[in-house]
Design a protein around this ligand. Structure first.
Ligand SMILES: C[C@H](OP(=O)(O)OC[C@@H](O)[C@@H](O)[C@@H](O)CN1c2cc(O)ccc2Cc2c1[nH]c(=O)[nH]c2=O)C(=O)N[C@@H](CCC(=O)N[C@@H](CCC(=O)O)C(=O)O)C(=O)O
Ligand SMILES: CCCCCC(=O)CC
Length: 330
């Protein structure tokens, strides 16, 4: 499968118009795809943003010509109703054929708790996500009104009047082994977050492949997409510090406990050391170093990269891909 190189235009880190300018630049540089985080509260507090992803996607699709654009990722089970997620992405894909995707996953406390007060366990949210996908697919696929009474969601003669020519490609996020298996079983493609390449190769991807086999799909035709942040700068230490905004994602407590106040996330992020940032994200002084980093994950089986630009000079972090993209697609 050909390697695809995507740009993660962060709506938590940049103002929506800045993310739009980055998107236009990324398309001109040759990125295959653009991905937007779908958040209510951000992973950092100081100078953070948190624009609504679907509103932004409409503007981004209109401002670009051909690049594929998806969320990364939308949680369709608590603050959003899955029928409305289905309607939104069907609308966008009808307007921009072939260019729209949606990635789904079991959610994060910082997006769901502030506006619903609810935070079920991981297994329950995974179960809800599977049912939500069923709701979305029924609405996308049905030529008749749909009535459905599930454990979590209900449809009563619900019909989507605005549909695309073809179904919206659905990336399913699996970070743990069970999540990856569900991604194979219920998603069109895997979405995951950067981990040790040996974990991706020996745990995440094999579980994804098993899940695809469970539902009779050919895993060779399914992408393995991964979000990873990078920072490029001639000054290596400055490049590392550029990634501070995302250091909270490296603190396991953020996933285990119900943390939803961005100031609290930031307090954890600020005590993460440079070693941990270097080990988990891509830090580079030039294109060659970035190419080497990407190759490590290609060797582990990743086929689609969603690259979050946290470089001190954002435009440098995009333009360097004029050299990186042709090299990693070879
Ligand atoms: C927590 C793991 O669950 P998993 O289903 O694998 O992954 C969850 C993620 O997909 C979501 O949190 C997702 O919403 C995060 N996310 C995101 C994900 C991604 O791949 C790329 C980009 C993004 C950006 C983004 C996200 N979310 C948003 O809302 N918005 C965004 O923009 C996991 O580890 N699962 C394990 C099982 C863990 C488990 O069950 N643990 C037990 C407790 C165990 C203990 O106490 O030690 C429990 O909680 O009961 C698995 O194997 O699946
Ligand atoms: C390990 C981090 C996963 C969550 C990423 C996220 O929500 C930021 C876009």
């Amino acid at each position: 499968m050909e390697t695809k190189v995507g740009y993660f235009a962060s709506l938590e880190q940049y103002k929506p118009r800045e993310a739009l300018e980055q998107t236009i630049r990324a398309e001109n540089v040759g990125f295959d795809s653009v991905w937007a985080d779908d958040h209510f509260h951000p992973w950092y507090h100081t100078n953070a943003q948190s624009a609504q992803a679907w509103a932004w996607m409409g503007a981004a699709l209109e401002a670009t010509k051909k690049v594929f654009i998806s969320t990364c990722i939308t949680c369709p089970v608590l603050r959003y109703n899955p029928a409305i997620v289905a309607q939104t992405f069907a609308t966008l894909r009808q307007m921009y054929p072939g260019r729209v995707g949606v990635a789904v996953g079991a959610g994060e406390a910082m997006n769901e708790v502030p506006v619903t007060g609810e935070w079920p366990s991981v297994p329950e949210r995974q179960d809800m996500t599977v049912e939500a996908i069923g709701v979305m697919r029924q609405l996308w696929g049905s030529q008749e009104p749909v009535t459905f009474k599930g454990k979590y969601f209900t449809l009563d003669k619900a019909f989507l009047y605005t549909k695309p020519e073809d179904e919206v490609p659905l990336y399913f996020s699996g970070m743990g082994p069970k999540g990856a298996r569900l991604a194979g079983k219920y998603g069109d493609h895997l979405m995951t977050v950067a981990a040790d390449p040996s974990v991706l190769k020996n745990v995440t991807i094999p579980n994804f492949v098993k899940g695809a086999a469970d539902s009779g799909k050919d895993p060779a035709k399914m992408e393995r997409a991964m979000l990873i942040w990078y920072s490029v700068d001639p000054d290596y230490d400055r490049a590392i510090e550029g990634l501070r905004f995302w250091a909270g994602c490296l603190v396991p407590a953020m996933f285990k406990y119900k943390v939803y106040d961005s100031k609290e996330v930031e307090a954890h992020a600020n005590i993460v050391g440079h070693d941990l940032i270097k080990e988990n994200y891509m830090v580079a002084t030039d294109a060659d170093e970035l190419i080497k980093e990407i190759e490590r994950f290609k060797a582990a089986g990743i086929t689609h990269f969603c690259l979050g630009n946290s470089s001190p000079d954002v435009n440098r972090g995009i333009d360097v891909f004029k050299d990186v993209i042709p090299a990693v697609k070879e």
